[in-house]
Design a protein around this ligand. Structure first.
Ligand code: C2O
Length: 354
């Protein structure tokens, strides 16, 4: 149970070198003195269809950039600001909150490296998307996703993240990893230097590995149990789910600036949220959950444990209300009114057994 985030946040992040940090390590959300409310499902009859970034229409891309620009224009202490959204990641990953509401005031909450990974990020994006839509007054607004599993044009950083004058640009990225270079979904810090054809095949096999070969059941896909009273699970632990440990982390490392001591922005929990690419990457990670489920393979089921279903987080919603949300309420994305565009590309890796 995450506590009331505005009340008990520790504004000193841990888990990275604070002396060399480029971003602020102060990660607490602004407090508006509001009470935490119960979450209710959206009532509007609209499905926000998230779209593959490399296939976005001009209108989709323009809307997205306009929304990001509007977010950047807000003062930092606004709960919808670019900085406030980025800090959410830091607070939930770098020791902002303790398990005080579960009776363990001295144990930090860490939503990575365990079965909290998928649901936490799903909720994070849910609010982020609705906030962006609200900023441009568009109730149909849907996030793009970085479709890195599509070999036809999806494996490079999407174009509109690159120009230095784009609202979606971030200066703290690895300067070597720009188009036409394809992302390495198995990146381990070493440059691969292979042909595009080889890299594509390797990437498809890596997606197959994460969704099929290594993600055979609930635990291997979602990650191991992490319940009240457990210390944060360390990076590299065996219990990390297949996608989190695999393609997800590889993309973070590949995008982050390797010349910076903390690999800002994408290469570190505390700073990842400062790169707009983070949310677009996670949109695809969230899509992997849906695709995994839709494979219909026996064993591809969400956790049913009470500890998982009742785990909760607190976010500011698009109306600046504080709401508490539960894992159990994010399992069905149709109730959250969003979905993913269906492309041919996602078929590609299904035939790419390593
Ligand atoms: Cu919260 Cu991709 O990490």
């Amino acid at each position: 149970t995450a506590p009331d985030i505005t009340n008990v946040c520790k504004d000193s992040a841990s888990g990275f070198n604070t002396a060399t940090a480029i971003r602020t390590g102060k990660c607490c959300p602004p407090s508006l003195g509001k009470k935490v409310k119960k979450f209710t499902f959206p009532k509007e009859k609209i499905t926000r269809v998230r779209w593959p970034a490399h296939l976005g229409t001009k209108q989709q891309v323009d809307k997205y950039l306009k929304a990001i620009a509007a977010m950047r224009a807000l003062p930092d202490d606004h709960p919808h600001s670019f900085a406030s959204q980025a800090k959410i990641h830091c607070a939930y990953c770098n020791g902002g909150y303790t398990q005080v509401d579960s009776g363990f005031p001295n144990i930090d909450i860490q939503i990575h490296n365990s079965w909290l990974f998928f649901p936490f990020h799903r909720w994070y994006l849910y609010f982020y998307e609705r906030i962006l839509g609200k900023l441009i007054n568009d109730p149909t607004f849907a996030l793009p996703y970085w479709n890195w599993d599509d070999p036809v044009g999806g494996m490079t950083i999407p174009d509109f993240f690159l120009p230095a004058n784009s609202p979606a640009y971030d200066v703290y990225r690895d300067a070597r990893h720009k188009p036409p270079l394809l992302v390495d979904l198995a990146f381990d810090g070493r440059e691969r230097d292979v042909s595009n054809e080889v890299q594509k095949q390797c990437n498809l096999s890596t997606v197959y590995r994460d969704l099929v070969r290594n993600g055979t059941d609930t635990k291997s896909f979602f990650g191991g149990e992490y319940v009240a009273g457990d210390a944060p699970v360390a990076n590299g632990a065996k219990s990390i789910g297949s996608v989190e440990a695999g393609t997800h982390t590889a993309v973070h490392r590949w995008v982050g600036d390797s010349t910076k001591p903390n690999n800002e922005d994408m290469g570190n929990f505390y700073s990842a949220g400062y790169d707009p690419l983070f949310y677009v990457h996670h949109s695809n990670v969230d899509r992997m959950w849906k695709l995994w489920k839709d494979l219909g393979i026996k064993g591809h089921k969400e956790p049913k444990d009470k500890d998982w279903l009742d785990a909760s987080y607190v976010f500011y919603d698009e109306n600046q209300d504080l709401v508490r949300v539960y894992n159990k309420d994010c399992v069905k994305i149709d109730k959250l009114n969003y979905d993913y565009f269906v492309t041919e590309g996602e078929i590609a890796w299904r035939k790419s057994r390593p």
